[in-house]
Design a protein around this ligand. Structure first.
Ligand code: PHE
Ligand code: ZN
Length: 897
């Protein structure tokens, strides 16, 4: 198996030799046989060039140039090619496709009773023949024709020009999008829906119609999404000075979707999980997810649509930037209306969540076979590059530019970016150039030449910190030394030498009593003062030292505050130093970080003890810290939840060499149980204090209370505390919202004996059988609490399970393989074989989702035996398949290389 010859390189980019000014599409919609007539107005940019069009899984019926049938063309390997004799002409292509048979969910497909499209990245070629690349931008006029009774709503991008009834019970609608766009932003929807709408006014006073289309009967669950949309519009005006450019903005819900949502111009299409919510069926996390994804897709209207990508290697240009924007939106929304202290805490909680997500999923990616720079140099299948690296690390790279420039400078850079590139398809370099122009002006000519290495190099750099304290001189010297190993494809490039990164490194110092030490930066270079008596060190070389004067005692270092760069810090803390930071660091992010570092060291030590079959005991310092933070009256509930929680298992696994998943899982359990046992009464009283039966509100204060309450329940149930179990059962039964119901059932299913949970488990099923989003939660609960593969196989036989629905597959299969360490990694290797079977089955249905699922084994080489060999066998069994998709082939091939 080797398809590496299919590799596409960034350096091979060539502009398309034709302009396609206008695209007129006509759709005659039938589920099994849809006819698409595509008339393009083409202008040649080069003399004598060949016109190359993509087409996949569609049937070519006819081609005309200026109305005359074209006969001399070549059509093979999904490429249609010919040499036009004219320099300006109308090219008309008729083709057909079968949307109801399209299980890939790319191109035109049927979900429920409705038609949907998904074109990013390369789905438009499954609809019609076209140069399917983002740098070909055109004006679109779309006519949709379909049965009126079955499909009363016919939607596409832009403005509705006309609609009329036709013969035979059919009707049609014509849409015009006045903005030039690449074909990946095209969208069409046809079906019957509930509609929730609202007129709103933009800052300049223009009236805009905001609409949400969702499946019949779900219209009462779209209020939060519509409000989130309005808040997004207002926020982008206020913080980024960007106004909605359309008269109408639509969101449509589908239950079958490969990803979260899609930013098609004026017609966003959303996975139902990111739109539908009411208190009875959606958790706090769902509410927050909706707000952030609605924001994300809306923000793409400027960062992605008005300015788009030149080629798919530039994906992070729109995704990294838009994730940064949605993170800031969520943080601003959480902090809104709160007094300064509480606002800082709310922003920090959001930052903690984002950083945890990055460490749990992006750090492993950056250390594995799929490691790539945020702007990759090559790929086989672009669908595989919608990664944590492009999105989340991409957002961190934007955030560092924000840190270096400050809010005002960053906004100036954004204005400059739009001034230069509005309406264009551009590169990541173009973005950095705009930001750099502001940076140079503000920092006497300093540039971003070292900073750009974040775009060209992969891997998580480590920063080694050394403190030299001189009692006589009263100086503290801080030396930062960076290092980054070659990862992924870099390893194959013998002549490649890794260059240093530009790392903004935010630090502070505390004295032994935990008070902040003011830092004097006089005479120091590459340094800027920050809040909470901190400083930002600008590391641009392999190693640099900063000497701070007037430091009266050996300081305790507060490092990488607010996670100012996506790096790992190495510093030899004592437990006592960490304990001081855990209780006193005035930077709330760093204070949380200290709790995590302290307990992580202990969990890793205990993991080792388990391996060596030694007896286990928890360092008493941990208990002191937890005791202090459990009762610190200055901390709000949301933040307190995070500093009392245990680190993510995924983050911890990354720190094991080799990875021993079962031992780590045991160590985590041991630590959870000791903290539960020793502080048992405080957990009970904390639970009672925060357990209020208020009307449901998804605001940060109420969310915080629910999360601390549910955390307490988790600790209590980890020791099967009888009172805790009783509290959980009552909470389940009396729950008025899904967060409470889920908190209770989840703790019960994961920790209590089966006898204690069966009735509740069945009750949940029967109560919500008809709600697919809640059934996804039920499947996920079963998947993460199952004790063996057999349970999962039985669940696959449940009539509600299907491999065709990505949400259901993610709920059962992904959850089992990614979030059930005990059962997935059991020593017999049975679950690995099961995984391989399912990758193969899924690949025949939906390659995009299968390839994502295939990544479960990315880091197999770092596992201890017997896992490693068993995982390798499972991977090889997939590699031996003959009809594997390009998507899955790339993943498996890279994993085994
Ligand atoms: N562009 C979408 C987003 O980030 C994600 C997406 C990619 C959706 C590919 C579908 C297909 O908002
Ligand atoms: Zn996006």
């Amino acid at each position: 198996m080797s398809v590496s010859s299919h590799t596409i390189y960034r350096k091979d980019y060539r502009p398309y030799p034709f302009t396609i000014e206008r695209v007129q599409l006509h759709f005659a919609l039938e589920p099994q046989h849809t006819i698409v007539t595509n008339t393009m107005h083409v202008i040649a940019k080069e003399h004598n060039a060949t016109m190359v069009l993509n087409g996949e899984d569609i049937e070519l019926q006819a081609i005309y140039i200026n109305g005359k049938a074209l006969t001399s063309y070549e059509y093979s390997d999904n490429l249609l090619q010919f040499k036009p004799s004219e320099t300006e002409f109308d090219l008309k292509i008729v083709s057909s496709c079968n949307p109801s048979a399209n299980s890939t969910l790319m191109g035109l497909y049927v979900s429920g009773q409705s038609f949907f499209t998904q074109c990013e990245a390369e789905g438009f070629r499954r609809i019609t023949f076209f140069p399917d690349r983002p740098d070909v931008m055109s004006e679109y006029i779309v006519t949709i024709e379909a049965d009126k009774k079955q499909y009363p709503y016919l939607l596409s991008n832009g403005n509705l020009i006309s609609s009329q009834d036709l013969d035979n019970g059919r009707h049609q609608a014509v849409w015009h999008d006045p903005f030039l766009k690449p074909c990946y932003l095209f969208a069409l929807v046809a079906g019957d829906f509930d509609i929730r709408e609202k007129t709103s006014h933009t800052r300049s006073g223009r009236e805009v119609l905001l609409q949400i289309y969702s499946d019949k009967g779900s219209g009462d669950q779209t209020l939060w999404a519509l409000d989130s949309l309005e808040r997004s519009i207002q926020w982008d005006e206020k913080r980024f000075n960007l106004e909605l450019d359309l008269d109408r903005f639509m969101i449509v819900v589908t239950h079958d979707f490969n990803m979260g949502a899609m930013e098609n111009k004026g017609l966003n299409i959303f996975n139902a999980v990111y739109v539908l919510a009411d208190p009875e069926t959606a958790t706090d996390a769902n509410y927050m997810g909706i707000e952030s994804v609605v924001g994300h897709e809306y923000f793409h209207n400027w960062t992605g649509n008005r300015v788009t990508c030149r080629d798919w290697f530039q994906l992070s240009l729109k995704e990294g930037l838009t994730v940064f924007r949605d993170q800031e939106f969520s943080a601003d929304m959480a902090a809104r209306l709160l007094p300064p202290e509480a606002a800082l805490s709310a922003r920090t909680v959001k930052r903690i969540e984002d950083v945890t997500h990055l460490r749990a999923a992006q750090f492993p990616e950056d250390a594995g076979p799929m490691a790539h720079p945020i702007r990759p140099d090559s790929y086989q299948e672009i669908g595989n590059f919608y990664t944590m690296t492009v999105y989340e690390k991409g957002a961190e790279v934007i955030r560092m530019q924000h840190t270096l420039l400050g809010e005002e400078g960053f906004q100036q850079g954004m204005q400059e970016y739009f001034r230069r590139h509005d309406g264009q398809a551009v590169t990541c370099d173009d973005f950095v150039n705009a930001m750099e122009s502001v940076y140079k002006a503000r920092h006497s000519g300093k540039d971003f030449s070292v900073f750009r290495h974040w775009y060209s190099q992969a891997g998580t750099p480590t920063v080694n910190v050394q403190l030299d304290y001189d009692t006589h001189q009263q100086t503290a010297s801080i030396t930062l030394t960076q290092h980054c190993d070659k990862v992924g494809v870099e390893k194959l490039q013998a002549d490649m030498e890794k260059k240093p990164f530009h790392i903004p490194f935010h630090i502070g110092m505390l004295n032994q009593a935990g008070q902040a030490i003011p830092l004097n930066i006089e005479g120091l270079e590459d340094i800027t003062p920050t809040l909470q008596n901190g400083v930002l060190l600008d590391l641009k070389v392999p190693s640099q030292t900063w000497v701070f004067k007037g430091i009266k005692e050996r300081p305790i270092l507060s490092l990488l505050r607010d996670f100012s760069a996506p790096v790992s810090v190495i510093y030899d803390y004592s437990f006592e130093e960490l304990a001081v930071l855990c209780a006193h660091d005035s930077n709330p992010f760093a204070r949380w970080e200290a709790t995590q570092e302290l307990i992580s060291r202990e969990i890793l030590r205990l993991t080792q003890c388990i391996q060596e079959e030694k007896s286990l005991a928890l360092n008493p310092i941990i208990h002191q810290v937890w005791q202090h933070n459990l009762s610190d009256p200055l901390l709000d509930a949301a933040y307190r939840t995070w500093i009392l929680a245990l680190p993510s298992e995924k983050v911890l696994l990354e720190r094991l060499h080799p990875i021993t998943p079962l031992a780590l899982n045991k160590a985590l359990q041991f630590v959870r149980q000791s903290l539960a046992t020793v502080h048992r009464d405080v957990w009970i009283s904390t639970y009672q204090h925060y357990h209020a039966q208020e009307d449901y509100q998804p605001d940060p204060i109420s969310i915080g209370k629910r999360s601390l309450k549910n955390l307490s329940l988790n600790y209590l149930l980890s020791i099967k505390d009888p009172e805790g179990i009783a509290l959980a059962k009552t909470q389940y039964q009396q729950a008025k919202n899904m967060t409470d119901r889920m908190g209770a059932i989840s703790a019960l299913l994961h920790y209590a004996d089966k006898a204690d949970t069966e009735t509740i488990n069945q009750d949940f099923y029967q109560r919500f059988e008809n709600n697919p989003l809640v059934m996804d939660k039920w499947f996920a609960l079963q998947a993460t609490s199952a004790q063996s593969v057999k349970t999962i196989r039985t669940l696959m036989d449940n009539p509600l399970f299907t491999l065709r629905n990505p949400n259901r597959v993610r709920a059962l299969l992904f959850q089992f393989c990614m979030n059930n360490t005990e059962a997935f990694h059991q020593n017999n290797g049975e679950a690995y074989t099961f995984w391989a079977e399912q990758v193969i089955a899924l690949d025949a249905i939906n390659p995009e989702v299968a390839a994502r699922f295939a990544r479960v084994m990315d880091n197999w080489q770092r596992f201890a035996e017997p896992h490693k060999t068993q995982m390798q066998k499972a991977l090889q069994s997939i590699a031996q398949q003959t009809a594997l998709s390009k998507n899955t082939t790339e993943i498996i091939e890279k994993a085994l290389s």
